[in-house]
Design a binder for this molecule. Sequence first.
Ligand code: GDP
Length: 365
Amino acid sequence: MKLGIVGLPNVGKSTLFNAITQAGAEAANYPFCTIEPNVGVVAVPDYRLDKLAQMYNPEKYTPAVIEFYDIAGLVKGASKGEGLGNKFLSHIREVEAIVHVVRCFEDANIVHVDGSVNPIRDIETINLELIFADMEVLEKRMDKTRKSARSGDRKAQEELEFMERIYKHLEEGKPSRTLDMNDEERELIKQYFLLTSKPVLYAANISEDELINGYEDNKYIKAVEEYAKNEGSEVIPICAKLEEEIASLDGNEKQAFLEDYGLEEPGLNRLIKASYKLLGLISFLTAGPKEVRAWTIKKGTKAPQAAGKIHSDMERGFIRAEVIPFETLINCGSEVSAKEKGLIKSEGKDYVMQDGDVVVFRFNV
Ligand code: GDP
């Protein structure tokens, strides 16, 4: 599951990406992750895992991870193949969600490609390129579907109408993710692999000063929040430069630094957690003296498929899951006490896993 970091030049993408790679998890421990210079693998901060580690004192501590893909070079005209435009658009095709970095800081020393700080114009510049690319994809599909529709194929006729509706929406300068759709249409549109269907969150890059002293007076971030609200997206304020500094510090130094600045946690942590959610992911947890670990699943995953994340044998031979919500376990103080109180529930194959479930799977070998 990869997110792409996009944004105009000079807004702070590389700075943010550096912070991510420095904070990053050792990619070698995660064999499923891509190891490329422009991909950063990063642990998903999870206080629950820390608490479980205190409880079990395990040999190994394994958080969930996500990957960020640095997609630099998206500029005006990209959809027309200007610059290395098409290449960047194809990189966006490969990610499941987008982190759109927008510049909300003033700094006379840092040139803005369009001459002034204006995050809404910036967002629309990028969005328009993605919209153009989607229109092209859709035009090709519509041509094909039109042929089938003409030959009397009812399904094709219906689909063509839906495509026309999307196309019109795009023509109005709106991303396809904001189109009103029923469940069936929502499934259908997935097959078109449109760039503007991907979920987005906006990382508003603000100054160090504003991050520390509050950004209530920052009119740029207000505008971004308003814009994001209209399309149902989230905004995470971040100071890329400060994050880069924080990420370069080790444990104790980092803690001291955060305290000095009166910050509870690095902004990067909030960004990572929001990104995980944006991908529709949740974690279930396993805990014991050998390892405490967070396992990544899609929201809505049932118990046997979750077990399959650990080992395919566990899915095949699934008998039941013994489940306790994290908070309940912590309130009991120990697994033994939770068991005595009868708070560990036995769940069958239809159980839908919840975020933060602490689980033991029983299975036949
Ligand atoms: P990119 O082109 O989007 O990758 O932008 P960079 O990360 O290379 O940043 C462009 C310039 O802006 C660099 O000189 C950074 O040091 C600077 N920069 C990035 N983030 C911040 C920030 O939060 N505040 C300030 N003042 N400068 C920043």
